[in-house]
Design a protein around this ligand. Structure first.
Ligand SMILES: [Zn+2]
Length: 484
């Protein structure tokens, strides 16, 4: 598709683009790739513009990063970096914007295989009558392997380098992440009902403990965590027990919080408290928490989220599609709440496109407040990078391009016609760019996609396996419908 889109219009415009960028192209020295040079570092990534997303929001024209052993060791102009370092590999920077990899703070990756299986329904109808039964029937370790790999393919293609996942068979998710090279926080789901991999809350907590024991501290890119589903699928004692287990193991929790009016009403009816007040009352926020959605916090609850350093993950597409509501992101940011961005699962989105999340997050706040000044491009770009990293507890190691941080970096191609003209790079990243503009993706210093070519996932195999499994699901569903 990209090749088609680039077609003859690109050829037609190439003279114009080349002449526009002649100065930059000429200024780029040839790449140094002398593998025999023992002093050579692993990788140099160059770009017409480096958007660092550091605290000062520094932007470097004709810049480059030096990367060695998975870490960013220098950030500067391309001339400075090339004068100081030779590298075994260089990702050239002509018509490329270099920025931190995107952070998807809330996903159910394997649900790519349930994409489009049930649309246009309210959350509780969708969950109870379609998703939960389909999961019990179809989800096994093989489903999770194929679905997660399909999701990782889509996320890498779209420039996502880290995701926070919540699904079943977390060992299988971790094995896929290990192979494909992404970074992930992987939740062992805790839910008090029969699920694909457990019989109820107690069983899912004890299986989660096993998963966390197997992976904690074992892999630099994989963090095992707990994922209690919500306060309407677990009671207060079970939520407290999950937190206790997480505290004992020293891991964070990801959970759905205050997602829908149903949840808040359920909490009021059951506990005489709104959702966040309930969590606060049982000491749930005493450990690190990644709270997905938070669409309906009360005015009194927002300061609790800030004080407890809860990482809120905004999922605008899912919130719109399921009509869960519009999260008060503007108020939470003003109160100092840590806010990141996520896609939620592909069954309620229906893709894993963080560029779309950025754009919709901004537009949704603007139209809700009837104020175009709220949630400007740079703020929403931060939610997908540095702010998102802080929200998921990895602010010290990823989210910005700074010396000492892990090298999770993407190059975004700006040579497509839809980027002409470019007056403001940040504006284009948020309001113009899409998944197919991502050229190259690097995680922990390793190239996962190079100029659109996947290095760690066999695209044809994943598509074939996913199609075959989806065909089985479809035929079972059709058979059931015809028997009704
Ligand atoms: Zn979710």
């Amino acid at each position: 598709m990209k090749a088609i889109r680039h077609g003859f219009l690109t050829i037609f415009l190439s003279f114009f683009l080349l002449s526009c960028n002649a100065e930059q192209t000429d200024a780029t020295p040839p790449s140094s790739a002398d593998a025999s040079d023992s002093d050579a570092i692993d990788l140099i990534i160059a770009g017409d513009t480096i958007v660092t997303m550091n605290a000062d929001r520094d932007v470097i024209e004709r810049g480059a990063l030096a990367i060695d052993q998975g870490v960013i060791i220098a950030v500067g102009t391309a001339d400075e970096i090339r004068a100081k370092y030779s590298a075994r590999e260089t990702l050239e920077g002509g018509d490329r914007i270099v920025m931190p990899g995107l952070i998807n703070g809330h996903s159910h990756a394997a649900m790519t295989l349930l994409r489009g299986v049930a649309d246009d329904l309210a959350l509780m109808d969708w969950l109870n009558n379609y998703i939960f039964p389909a999961e019990v029937e179809f989800v096994d370790s093989e489903f999770v392997r194929i679905g997660t790999e399909l999701a990782c393919w889509e996320m890498i293609r779209g420039g996502t380098t880290t995701f926070v996942d919540m699904y079943y068979y977390p060992d299988t998710i971790a094995e896929v992440v290990e192979r494909c090279g992404m970074r992930a926080l992987i939740s062992a789901t805790v839910i008090d009902q029969r699920s694909p991999d457990a019989e109820g809350a107690t069983d899912s907590i004890s299986k989660g403990v096993g998963f966390i024991d197997r992976w904690k501290g074992r892999h630099p890119r994989i963090s095992p965590i707990f994922g209690p589903h919500a306060n309407y699928t677990l009671n207060a004692e079970q939520l407290a027990a999950t937190r206790e287990a997480a505290m004992e193991l020293g891991v964070p929790i990801s959970i759905h919080v205050s997602e829908s009016p149903f949840e808040v009403q359920y909490s009021k009816d059951t506990y005489c408290m709104t959702s966040i007040a309930l969590y606060e009352s049982i000491g749930f926020f005493e450990g690190p928490t990644i709270a997905a959605h938070v669409v309906w916090p009360t005015e009194d609850e927002i300061p609790i989220l800030a004080e407890r350093k809860v990482g809120v993950i905004h999922n605008p597409t899912s919130n719109m599609k399921i009509a869960s509501g519009i999260s008060p992101i503007t108020e939470m940011l003003a109160a100092g709440v840590r806010v990141g961005l996520g896609t939620d699962g592909a069954a309620s989105n229906n893709d894993l496109d963080m560029w779309e999340e950025m754009r919709l997050a901004s537009f949704l706040q603007k139209v809700d407040r009837m104020n175009p000044e709220v949630l400007p491009a740079i703020t929403v770009l931060s939610m997908a990078t540095s702010g998102g990293a802080t929200a998921i507890g990895l602010g010290d190691s990823i989210g910005s391009l700074e010396v000492g941080k892990r090298a999770d970096v993407i190059q975004v191609a700006f040579d497509d016609v839809h980027h002409v003209p470019t007056y403001d790079v940040v504006s284009h990243l948020v309001y113009v760019s899409d998944e197919q503009d991502v050229a190259s993706v690097v995680v922990d210093g390793r190239v996962l996609m190079r100029e659109g070519v996947m290095e760690t996932i066999d695209t044809a195999r994943v598509a074939r396996e996913a199609s075959a499994l989806a065909a089985q699901i479809q035929s079972t569903l059709e058979q059931r419908n015809s028997n009704r």
